[in-house]
Design a protein around this ligand. Sequence first.
Ligand code: SF4
Length: 495
Amino acid sequence: MPLLSLSFFSSSQGFRQKSVAALANPTLRAALDKAGTGFLNARKKAFDEIENSSSIKARAQQARTRAIDNMAELLLLFERNAQAKGIHVHWAETAEQACAIIIDLCRGKKRIIKGKSMVSEEINLNEALLKNGAEVTETDLGEYIIQLANETPSHIIAPAVHKTRAQIDALFRYHHENIEEAKVADNNPKAQRTSVLLVEEARQKIRDKFLQAEVGITGANMLIATRGAGLLLTNEGNGDLSAIMPQRHIMLAGIEKIIADDGDAAAVLRVLGRSASGQSLGNYMSLYGAQPLQDNGKDLHKDLHKDLHFVLLDNGRSKMHSSAWREMLRCIRCGACLNHCPVYTSVGGHAYGWVYSGPMGKVLTPLLAETSKQTSAQELPHASSFCGRCVEVCPVGIPLTSLMRKLRERDFEKPLQPRGLKTRLACAVMRLLFAHPRLYRFVIACFLRVLKLLARGRGHISYLPTITAWTDTRDLPINRSARSAIASIRTSYPR
Ligand code: SF4
């Protein structure tokens, strides 16, 4: 089975080029359109059904703010409580350290299964394990599909949302052998199969991997400090099978996943499922590292977590904690901002070049990429219409547009890099015009006349060689200059 071998920023192309390619891909657009409306309607219904949705969101925001404000103390409390129960806690400052710790924990073991973990994508764990001779199987259906396709996830909760059923059918037919009943639909081997048949086929394939696995790796939705336990929420139950079936369970989580106690964890759970997929709660919720259940003073399942390891990853998060972007650490990875973003829903997740996409990715990726010494993420905060829908739907009140704006400001404050001859010439002309207002007015008036002639009475032009980035996708209105537009606004809305 091919494994992910793509690096973080999987291509040298930037967001702009990848977006153009995505917009020209009708299959991708069809897949995104279908998934998009489903997520939107489900989320709206889930919040409409409850009376006090705004107070539930406010409580979740309060829980996350408390966690981030007290992050260092809560992490130490988590460590103490986990270690007191014989659970191992490992700290990783960088992606490389996290991979090295996990490779060490997998030494001498070949068969590894994984539940969905975006942090493992962040550190490129599969590739690191593969290089060390391990066989890794993703067990979340979406992750399994993209593993077969040798791709990266395009959405934080629905990794294969960019794939159509026909594509998945073709992928399974190519990779799967010896699958019995589920292989054909209506006794016609060539007919496209239903989702139910495809899921059954994947289940058959993955079941054997659960039985043979030596190590299971999962993420954690939250790390509960007062318990020293990791909370895992899934819809398929694969996370729990990945955790329980092998002898060793590794839970990998970013340090911002810390939460103070059960009450705060419950507050987050009330908004997480609703914001992500419109569910009041995910189908399977488990605590790993919690005290074993007791029956008349006797521990039940006392062997269950005897070899549990938490790997806690920093990878730029503590730097964010002391920066102007600290609020981003409140993110609970629900994906609602992606589903409501007109840019994400048009171009999909791969255009963003990394595991975190959409509005949350536009903030998180440039900040985390600094640690990975990647620079191609710096254009992401500029890829926004600033419509503000992401801010409206974020259940923990992250001011995403303000955070993006701060990143833009930081970019503009950087000294200008030496540019090409055309740019330098244009800057010299603009400097001259701005320094001489009368000349500026004269040149603009002449330019406007030429544009009006080109428009031939239509009021706009559809193509101008020097500004094709604009005219390729929309008309340029030329009925008046920016100066006259501003003057009329000032007349209509005097200060
Ligand atoms: S930024 Fe908000 S809406 Fe977006 S994934 Fe994070 S918590 Fe969800």
